[in-house]
Design a protein around this ligand. Structure first.
Ligand SMILES: Cc1cc2nc3c(=O)[nH]c(=O)nc-3n(C[C@H](O)[C@H](O)[C@H](O)COP(=O)(O)OP(=O)(O)OC[C@H]3O[C@@H](n4cnc5c(N)ncnc54)[C@H](O)[C@@H]3O)c2cc1C
Length: 361
């Protein structure tokens, strides 16, 4: 939708927004004409950690919906709940690599997965694109001399049933479509880019794979402590995101305060995270979080591809930007051309009502 005509009032913009929230259909997985090849076994690797497990489920249901024989691979122990959940999210089979390494070192995990790949010969293996997932995937690729696509944001089949890995490249100016020359294809996949859809019952056959540890303990486990910061962005229904247009760390604080007052979660672009105005765990985008709120409000955000891939699954987007030519206006539902301070002061009451209906608790 084109930017709201500056002459139109904020109340007209709010009315359009409310209409979009009521009428815009819920997002569904994009339909591709090509179907995956069911004779191809493709793996989604489950590593320990909330985001890792969630991403593995998202990838599993995507691969299963495309028609491949999707298999859940647990590196280490798998709880009954995790097994049940993997089967519900489309796993045809469950493979467990019994890694009992006390350190949970990436080296041991990679060694176990590489041994499993040699024996089972899957067509493709996907890892969550998290700190741990990237390290394990890199080690597996090096051990087996395979290519690796980092940070895929989409997976789709060719007419021949191969898997294309899509990722932004050249500073986000193009979306690169990659088919690896080596088999199995390996890729890390960004959290949150697919919906974790329940597709079946909670039962599927389990196979225990052999694992012969060779790793000498280069790392010693001393103690663990919980990460002190948390963010609810992955589950948020309403997000207000601040970009460089907010002007300063104080501007970010003001937008955070605004978000709280309208019952929204706050997010940030990488530019202001890099500048130290906002903490890294609030970053949305390719190298931050991919989110799927009902309403996403971009404040002083230009709309760069590397940011927008993180909000592809947002249902309704409202953008506030003082530049009528800003890229974000070509991918939002409602746009307001104005200084953000002026726009937010007029939007507060209307967005508070919307926030209340999205987050009634
Ligand atoms: C490999 C790679 C990965 C990346 N990953 C990410 C990522 O995960 N997330 C991410 O966000 N970026 C990412 N980036 C960076 C991304 O390409 C952009 O540079 C960044 O998103 C721009 O941030 P911005 O929109 O805040 O700033 P800008 O592009 O500078 O935009 C600021 C906007 O604010 C508007 N503005 C200025 N003043 C006001 C005002 N007073 N009121 C209203 N509007 C105003 C301006 O018109 C402008 O449109 C990545 C880049 C690379 C190369």
């Amino acid at each position: 939708m084109r930017p709201t005509n500056p002459e139109k009032t904020i109340s007209e913009a709010l009315a359009t927004l409310e209409q979009a929230l009521k009428e815009k259909p819920a997002l569904t997985q994009s339909q591709t004409e090509a179907q995956g090849d069911p004779s191809k076994r493709v793996w989604s690797v489950f590593l320990r950690g909330e985001v890792e497990l969630q991403t593995a489920k998202e990838v599993l249901s995507r691969l299963s919906q495309l028609g491949y024989t999707a298999e859940a691979v647990f590196a280490g122990e798998a709880s009954d709940d995790q097994v049940h959940s993997a089967c519900k999210h489309g796993a045809k089979n469950l493979l467990v690599i019994p890694i009992r390494d006390s350190t949970w070192s990436s080296k041991a995990l990679a060694e176990g997965i590489a041994q499993a790949i040699r024996r089972e010969e899957p067509y493709a293996v996907f890892f969550p694109s998290t700190v741990r997932g990237r390290e394990v995937a890199g080690r597996v690729a090096a051990a087996l001399r395979l290519g690796l696509t980092g940070d895929a944001v989409d997976l789709k089949p060719t007419l021949q049933g191969e898997i294309v890995q899509v990722k932004p490249a050249f500073g986000g100016n193009i979306m690169a479509e990659i088919i690896s020359r080596t088999i199995p294809q390996l890729a890390t996949v960004r959290p949150g880019v697919f919906e974790a859809k329940e597709l079946g019952g909670g039962e599927c056959p389990t196979k225990w794979l052999e694992y012969n540890p060779n790793t000498s303990e280069a790392i010693r486990f001393i103690k663990s402590r919980p990460i002190e910061y948390t963010s609810d962005l992955y589950h948020a229904r309403f997000v207000v995101c601040a970009g460089y247009g907010v002007g300063s760390p104080e501007g970010f604080k003001a937008v955070s305060e605004f978000a709280r007052s309208v019952k929204a979660s706050v997010g940030a672009t990488r530019k202001i995270v890099d500048l130290g105005w906002a903490p890294p765990h609030l970053q949305i985008g390719l190298t931050g979080k991919s989110i799927n709120p009902e309403l996403y409000v971009a404040v002083g955000v230009s709309g760069a591809t590397n940011h927008m891939v993180g909000v592809r699954r947002a249902r309704v987007i409202l953008a506030v930007n003082k530049d009528p030519r800003a890229t974000i206006f070509s991918s939002c539902d409602v746009g307001i051309v104005a200084d953000y301070r002026v726009a937010l002061s007029h939007l507060r009451e209307g967005l508070r009502k919307i926030g209340q209906s999205l987050n009634p608790e």
